[in-house]
Design a protein around this ligand. Sequence first.
Ligand code: PLP
Length: 372
Amino acid sequence: MTTQPIYNFCAGPATLPREVMEATAEACRQLEGTGLSLMETSHRSPIFQEVLDAARQLLRELLHIPSDYTILLLGGGASMEFCRIPANLLRRRAAYVNTGVWAAKAQHEAQHWGEVVEVASTERDGYDHVPSQITVPSDVDYLHYTSNNTIYGTEFLHEPEVSVPLVSDMSSDILSRPIQVERHWAIYGGAQKNLSMAGLSFVILSPEALAETPRPLPSILDYRVHRAHGGLFHTPPVVPIFCARQMLRWIKSQGGVPAMERMAVERSRLLYEVLDESRMFRGMARRDSRSRMNISFRIDAERLGGDTTKAAALEAEFIDYCAERDVVGIKGHRLVGGLRASCYNGMPLRGAERLAECMREFESQQIRRGRL
Ligand SMILES: *Cc1c(COP(=O)(O)O)cnc(C)c1O
């Protein structure tokens, strides 16, 4: 690794604290004095069992997960759970909120397992916000929502107020704010944004969620099989689980979830402040739905006489400008274009400050050159 830090705003896989990445790399060289690499260490060895237990215990402690909830760290990612969640939890009908492509994918996969009701959608508005009010039929098993919409930069800062159990894809904001776990049947996601590296899913399940088996399932899809095997039904991704333990230790050392939330508030505030003052950049999400994790923005074509080609060219120029200053990964998702700064738990405040400086300096430079 270089000594000059590179601030990586990539949406995922995403940056992790340097010490977390280094400890994981070191374990791949040699695991805690065993003379073996983590990669060749049995998932049934006592040393790995300790890693797995510690990771689950830290997650339970940091998120205040009740003791009767099951925590699974499984091979896969959020898309794997788009399938396993309804396979295990959808008994007859489930409600889904469509707040973006990931939400729609979760909904689509659920249709393989039962009846799905779309109770709210912000698709017509280009997914620029999350619905403030959701009405759910009383006979649905659960309401599924995507707590943070990574692609658009919108976030539910409060859990939906409904009378049915909640199920949430928290891939991109887990551990960045306190959550009311008891209101959820399930909280799940891919680990590669806020928690660890790619290849791993986290699944937090209430006892009620697992109380019934709606249908016979192949073992690999069955959360109860995974639970019965203590999460070791088959070989789990040992390196990402180790990395998750390091990350959870790091989060704890920083002051836990409240500290992560303070950081998230501060990083995003810095960037939204620049956007709100800017004559050139414009935030893409509606103010009331702004994500603390993914700050989506663009160069406003209206300020350039409606010239969208010019705006796109300036965005490309800005990406290069940032890269020269060790700020990378800010290109927007291919579906929405523009720019996006993903600021997960691993992004230091200094990174957000650096990007804010780049935005201000670039804008001043454009003004000096008479381009604005
Ligand atoms: C990244 C992301 C996904 C996809 O995760 P995979 O692990 O690649 O399947 C799903 N949902 C959300 C909210 C995401 O941010």
